[in-house]
Design a protein around this ligand. Structure first.
Ligand SMILES: [Zn+2]
Length: 671
């Protein structure tokens, strides 16, 4: 969906202020306009006000809010309220309460803790969503649906056990097939019926928690079960408002849901971005991390423009130590989202509540509604900046490099009993590769193992331990057709079910290398390899391998496997596959990946970027090329532009060497 204008908005909870509405609601509208807010997210957590008693609905206040937004020229992203439930629901229908993995039932309270398998919960959610969709289908303020809020976590109640068993029956067909897929003859665990299978629990003396295959199936089920619930929530919205796009706010690398799978069944990806800026040199790494997460969240949405649904215009309050973001942060983090393909800058929250656990969470307005605050001034500054960048709204990315981050692979690694058990650092490793690629000046698309590889020149796939069906073949075809594939240690160890292979491992022909053993390093282990005449340290993991046709580019300098390959190159059709056999730091990855990609003709957006500077590009429908340069350093830096540009906003020319001011996001359009 291409927006016509950048959304600049916030979560807004007018129902919390209903007793003050004659003054506060009016002031809210005034302040929103002063700050350049053009959209508010309403209805999140509003269930007890929409349905104060079972079957008794009151939409009058929301009618008023929706009308008020429209009259004030604002759009509404309207939420369904399932993220938190009213007490009467738990009292009348106890099945809506979740059960934890020790099989202890929860009591009422908190949020995000309902049982999505509960028929009562499903029925009540469907009912209220239907009423919301019917009532606001043609309301001029309705811009998008925001389904629930930050779906998360598992339930182990008897209904969820049953749903798990049904899911297993659908996946495996027969119990014999499940037993074989989970290698259940081990420890005499062969089931004779699906009804015997329970969700994993901890600690281990309480039940099953050690089988990697069983654990992986449970993770897949929980993710599927939440996505199924999300789709159920969407049914009435799609039925009554087919013209209104649907999103739900995601949480970057949250392990509980395969966000690529969820992205495939929603219209727009959106996410909640909470970097903890420090005001010093640590912000460079924080900025790289936020860029990684923006690219990932754009990726789960199929690379279309996404929304930054939440960010904080001040200090959060849920950390142990809640450091104030330094001046300029709201602008930097907002425009960083735009640079990575977002069509919005949104905040949690518009006006802070007087009480509740988030009473001291940063907000656009304090409870007294004052506009004479740093947060308000900085939010207003974002409005002006978004106006200047407006030509880039709706534009898309077009990167040559795909970096693979895959949820089932992550789960399988989490449960892999080997190397650094329980701490294989998959996310850290993918992030390090992302940082290396952007440091080398490249724009990056994040994909999973099911995404189309054909738009890319290079596929970077670190630690693809679990190979989903068909991925090895698609990677091989990609290389044969001229692509660059890059793999690392811990790749291709297990199949879709996390079983080891009985035939030649499927990546052996692609890599031209046979994987033999993996060495995990603790403190005191040292190793290194030479690349471009420099010795680069190796840390944490080193894989031992034997060439089977690949050319050895670098070898281990130490340990008993000194002289064995660290980096190999295998020609595959008209393409190539590189394999890095050991874990190295980000600087090393920047050097190595930069060299390999350049040799293969993959061109960066910018050459010789200073540390802490990121380049991104977006492309408009009319052929416009927008370039964004982010300087996360706390000092000005000089960069050399390749070509003639115009600064977005000022219209000044930009060519050759230019200065990027400290901690700024700078937008340009190519001439
Ligand atoms: Zn349950």
């Amino acid at each position: 969906m291409a927006n016509k204008f950048f959304l600049h908005g916030a979560d807004y909870n007018p129902e919390q202020w209903i007793k003050y509405k004659d003054t506060v609601w009016k002031e809210d509208m005034l302040r929103a306009k002063e700050a350049g807010i053009n959209e508010l997210n309403v209805g999140i957590f509003a269930w007890s006000f929409l349905e104060p008693e079972d079957g008794v609905y009151d939409f009058s206040w929301l009618d008023e809010v929706m009308d008020m937004l429209h009259e004030n020229g604002m759009k509404a992203i309207l939420a369904t309220p399932s993220g938190a439930r009213p007490p009467w629901l738990a009292e009348k229908y106890p099945s809506v309460l979740r059960m934890d993995k020790e099989r202890k039932p929860h009591v009422f309270g908190g949020r995000h803790n309902g049982c999505v398998s509960s028929p009562d919960f499903q029925r009540k959610v469907l009912e209220i969503n239907t009423r919301l969709a019917q009532r606001y289908a043609n309301h001029p303020a309705l811009y998008m649906w925001h389904v629930s809020n930050e779906y998360n976590n598992d339930c182990h109640c008897p209904r969820c056990q049953k749903a798990f068993q049904e899911w297993l029956r659908a996946r495996y067909g027969t119990i014999d097939n499940l037993n074989d897929s989970w290698w259940n003859t081990f420890w005499s665990h062969r089931f004779t019926s699906f009804e015997q299978v329970e969700s994993p629990t901890t600690p281990s003396w309480l039940g099953e928690c050690e089988s990697p295959n069983h654990n992986l199936a449970w993770r897949r089920f929980c993710s599927d079960n939440l996505i199924k619930f999300f789709q159920m929530e969407c049914e009435p919205l799609r039925k009554y408002t087919p013209h209104i796009p649907i999103t739900t706010n995601l949480m970057q690398t949250f392990p509980g849901i395969d966000y690529f799978a969820q992205g495939r069944v929603m219209d727009v990806s959106s996410w909640d971005n909470y970097p903890q800026w420090r005001g010093d040199e640590r912000d460079v790494d924080i900025s790289y991390d936020a860029s990684f997460k923006h690219d990932l969240m754009r990726g789960v949405g199929g690379q279309k423009p996404f929304l930054m649904m939440e960010s904080c215009p001040g200090a959060v309050n849920w950390g142990g130590v809640n450091t104030l973001p330094p001046p300029g942060t709201v602008l930097y983090q907002g425009l960083q989202a735009i640079a990575h393909g977002s069509d919005s800058v949104q905040y949690f929250q518009f006006r802070a509540g007087r009480g509740g656990s988030e009473q001291f969470h940063g907000s656009v307005l304090p409870p007294d509604g004052s506009a004479d605050t740093r947060a308000f001034r900085e939010v207003t500054e974002v409005s002006s900046a978004l106006e200047k960048l407006q030509p880039a709204c709706g534009s898309v990315t077009r990167n040559q490099i795909a970096l693979v981050y895959d949820w089932p692979n992550r789960w399988a690694l989490d449960y892999a009993w080997m190397a650094h058990r329980g701490n294989q650092k998959y996310e850290d490793t993918v992030r390090a590769h992302h940082t290396a690629l952007v440091s080398a000046g490249y724009g990056v698309d994040m994909i999973d193992q099911l995404c189309d590889l054909t738009p890319y020149k290079a596929v970077i796939a670190p630690m693809v331990y679990l190979l989903r069906d068909g991925f090895a073949e698609r990677l091989t075809r990609f290389a044969e057709n001229g692509g660059l594939v890059y793999l690392t240690y811990l790749s291709g160890y297990v199949n879709e079910e996390s079983l080891r292979h009985v035939t030649t491992p499927p990546l052996e022909a692609l890599t031209g290398v046979r994987t033999d053993e993996i060495d995990a390093y603790d403190q005191g282990h040292e190793n290194s390899f030479l690349w471009q005449s420099k010795a680069w340290p190796i840390k944490e993991m080193a894989q031992l391998s034997t060439p089977r046709g690949a050319q050895v580019l670098a070898t281990y300098q130490q340990q008993f496997y000194q002289g064995q390959p660290v980096l190999t190159r295998n020609t595959v059709g008209s393409g190539v596959c590189y394999t890095l056999q050991a874990r190295v730091d980000t600087d090393c990855l920047t050097a190595v990946l930069g060299d390999l990609l350049r040799q293969h003709g993959v061109t960066p957006l910018m050459e010789n970027l200073p540390h802490g500077v990121i380049a991104t590009a977006r492309y408009g429908e009319e052929g416009e090329e927008f370039l964004f340069l982010l300087n996360s350093n706390r000092e000005d830096v000089t960069v050399a532009l390749n070509g003639a540009y115009t600064w977005l906003g000022s219209g000044e020319e930009a060519q050759g060497e230019i200065i990027l001011k400290a901690f700024t996001v700078n937008g340009f359009v190519k001439k």
